[in-house]
Design a protein around this ligand. Sequence first.
Ligand code: ADP
Ligand code: MG
Ligand code: MG
Length: 910
Amino acid sequence: MAAQQTVEHKYVYDFAEGNKDLKDLLGGKGANLAEMNNLGLPVPPGFTITTEACKAYLATGSEPDGLADQIEAHLQALERTMGRRLGDPDDPLLVSVRSGAKFSMPGMMETVLNVGLNDRSVVGLARQASGADQAASGGADRFAWDSYRRLIQMFGKTVCEVPGEEFEHALDEVKRAKGTHNDLDLDADDLRGLVDAYKKIFAKHTGREFPQEPREQLDLAIRAVFDSWNADRAVLYRRQERIPADLGTAVNVVSMVFGNLGPDSGTGVAFTRDPGSGAQGIYGDYLANAQGEDVVAGIRNTVPLQQLEQLDKKSYDELLGIMARLEQHYKDLCDIEFTIERGKLWMLQTRVGKRTAAAAFVIAGQLVDEGLIDLDEALHRVNGAQLAQLMFPRFQFDHGIQPVAKGIGASPGAASGKVVFTSARAVELAAQGESVILVRRETNPDDLNGMIAAQGILTSRGGKTSHAAVVARGMGKTCVSGADELDVNVPAKRFTVGGQVVDEGDLVSIDGTTGLVYLGEVPVMPSEVVQYFEGELDPERTDDALVRAVHRIMTHADATRRLRVRTNADTGADAARARRFGAEGIGLCRTEHMFLGDRRELVERLILAGTDAEREDALAALLPLQRADFIEIFREMDGLPVTVRLIDPPLHEFLPPLEQLAVNVAVAQERGEDVAKEEALLAAVRRMHEENPMLGLRGVRLGLVIPGLFAMQVRAIAEAAVEVTRAGGSACPEIMVPLVGAVQELETVRVEAEKIIAEVVGDSGVEVLIGTMIEVPRAALTAGQIAEAAEFFSFGTNDLTQMGWGFSRDDVEGAFFWRYLELGIFGISPFESIDTDGVGRLVRIATEEGRAARPGLKLGVCGEHGGDPDSVHFFHEVGLDYVSCSPFRVPVARLEAGRAVVSSTGSDSR
Ligand code: ADP
Ligand code: MG
Ligand code: MG
């Protein structure tokens, strides 16, 4: 047999072998640990097992060939570096086993600290900690047993699925026996006892003893990290954040450093700028004599990082230096985790930090000023979802309601709602349309469903970096954390604050910017950003850093983008607002509403018309009303194009519903009243009833069946345009025919329309374009033919999605979309973000074939996708001329259209 050369797959990387650009392979945590190591920062030695290993494991259910050997080799190298062996009874090396995926998923994946401790090495660890100093041995014993009980607890919970409360209860029990609330009051004997209790809990739930073999602990922990990729809450978080399901997680094995070695040790988290507002300065929380997870979990109340200066000036100065260095290096806000072991600083994690929407804009602006990034990069670093968030209303300034507590403004926004204490109740009430505030002492990953359902989150413990704070910011949800005046009693479903009792169902309001908590409902006001878009705040004069940053970045987006942005508006008021928000025309003016209200009666006359004369009469009465509607809109959009869609929905939608009409007729007949008219109406409604109205007599079909209907609308549009133009304005109407599937339909409408237009327009100079929606798949597929009769196309991607997928939107979203999302058939509803492979392909085909047939064909999109960030990028790429969206989405579309230009070259922004 020929010698076969097997190239072994490299599954394990020493920190010295990685760098920050290897996130796909090493995960964010591993790549950044390697990067810090390469920068010469104090990182405890360790290695990273790749996402490839995880994927291979998840695919087959067992560790891939070669992995065990590579881990062994790296472990031995680590042992040599540290001069200690894993779990050595005399002088043990301990490690942490930490998950780390490409995208940070706070609290989602599991970490186990102190791996390598057992009944024998715990004694060695105590000896190691006391060193030569005999006097320190009491503290060292305490430390060693505390570390051991933490291992059993974390290992039990995350590796073996032992219910975490059981450990919590046992700990509370020991504290109670000791008469204390503070875990620091427990001595070595207490903790030794606790270890015994924990071991019993472990054995009870797993049917085996706590594993004493260090290497077995390590292997089981690594496996658990792999498995946790598919834990329910990780799957849920990924879906929320649109993180692909197949990335896998890396596993980091890091030699332990100890923040729980006494008062000169501790652990903390920090941001290089305020992740809430973007303000410059140092932000963070520090906790003395504690191990890492204590800070994040908000177990004890932390002190602000600044106080570290008094506690340990040397470490504080070093930390500040490192933070400045990291910002320069990453050219962005960084968040970090660190531990101080007896006065020696260790860096345990860094990443480009999550931030609020406001901070994203402010920081991007600052970094441009500081010369670290250019405006293109600044534009790339913010996004439309953040801008949309900043346009939400917030509490009025002078509402006069006294706050009852002040916590930490962990994630901005204003939220009011009914108090709930459990995730389940939050989900239940939200499903009934209630807005709820989830109140907890602190949240944990199991609360994720409730956090998604809630309007806001309020906790009594934890800082800006607690689970609640981090997850809420990620979701763009209002959150106040650490409101410690609140005494939260979850089992009793109530909290007390300043002597007042608040029960489940009572109203509270929270301000995620100031951290203030109010009882009752506080009135809200529009955001500054909206005031700026409205032209009420001068960006050159205001001292509002956010408004200045938004203005600067929006200006750059407008200068950069190729796509134009129009709005969907049917009234003068909407048109005017959209114009202030930057709309460059109307892409969709629906004429439906013009048939409602007191005009219903005319529609009834139209439908019931027995003769041509009666019908023409009704249309003649509608004409001046329509004309007046268009005049108002053309005035507001002076000089800009206005696409008017001829009537689209089936006419019976303008009549009373069948049942109601039938009841009215029956009742009136009973009373012996004259019901001739109602009966005729009822008969018409019955006649016009459709099994599938979305696919029935609507759009162009209606125009071809009811003589004079489209003609009246065309005349109203042309007359309005002439009137506005004669008055010195400039109207640029574009008449859009809905639901066209064949060029013959459009041609028929065009012949009639052109005659009317020629007659009305005369020598006024008004130019009227005629085009069509592309919303029936057949239209997309015959776009080359249709373009012969159309001066423009506007993609109606809502209908195109309905008919492309065969989904009746109103039916499918509630009925089975959740299942499709769960199964990953699509990652996001195709009504929310365009399905680029299928529906998008129809858009592509129509674009190419339409332009081939008619160079210069104007192409746009109307429908909700026009304001969806991902879809805007797609439309840019396909080469449309414009997108059209609702007035409030116009700034979002402007921003994203600019980002579409710079993002193709930019770095990963998540
Ligand atoms: P998460 O992603 O949830 O923050 P981490 O893996 O970062 O999980 O670890 C949880 C906590 O344990 C963090 O506070 C971290 O700083 C701390 N930690 C992790 N590894 C070590 C280590 N080798 N020595 C000391 N503390 C550690
Ligand atoms: Mg961490
Ligand atoms: Mg449509």
